[in-house]
Design a protein around this ligand. Sequence first.
Ligand code: ATP
Length: 250
Amino acid sequence: MATMATTATMAERGPALEVRDLTTRYGPVTALNTVTVRARPGEITAVLGANGAGKTTLLRTISGLVRGSDGSVLLGERDLTRAPAEAIARAGVAHVPEGRGVITELTVEENLRLGDLLGARRADRRYHLADVYDLFPALAERRRREANSLSGGERQMLVIARALLSGPEVLLLDEPSLGLAPRIVARIFGILRDLVDRDGLTVLLVEQNARSALSIADAGFVLNLGRVVAAADARTLAADDELRHAYLGF
Ligand SMILES: Nc1ncnc2c1ncn2[C@@H]1O[C@H](COP(=O)(O)OP(=O)(O)OP(=O)(O)O)[C@@H](O)[C@H]1O
């Protein structure tokens, strides 16, 4: 019985994401060099590091937008390493790229319906329009407005909401804090934290803003020049003065 209970809990919480010994090259440039990263369900896992460390490449390789030359990407038991990007998205990996990706000519709700279309194919979808409007009331208030009227923070909320509607098990977030005021970052990160605690999503959060990311993350990995130079729980990373000065910029 104990085993069954454990299995049920894990199924509710969704699968872990595991990247093993991943190497990705752009021609002669080795952007990722035997990188191993694990993100557990119900946790926020931060991937930190300076410009050019390989953070974006990690997310792009996981979601199949670029091909790794070695190593593997696993979602639970499922091997996604050589799967096409569409299959990876269908498996429940939602990638929110840097730079927001809002379609500015469409209204807020039309943008959301694009995610909703993807999610409609999933029998076990967790989020509907009403749910994301509950999470982000600012979007509900602006649902009929064109997305180009939104602030930076609202655009970030919109792309996260759209990703949720696609029915993900795993959210890959690339620099969601970029260009946003600290109080807006705190609000968005707070919503994310609540969501992960409530629904057991697996979140991989790429950030240059290490201080903010570690304030909500459970665990973190630090990349430098394509290699993992540190991996620990968030509190341990934040307390490591040497690491902070050398790689985290705070
Ligand atoms: N399309 C590309 N072609 C060639 N080299 C690339 C390409 N994209 C990234 N690189 C190189 O790969 C390395 C890792 O870049 P990546 O963008 O993954 O880092 P990052 O940590 O996300 O940095 P940033 O925060 O600036 O996006 C860098 O040396 C970068 O110049």
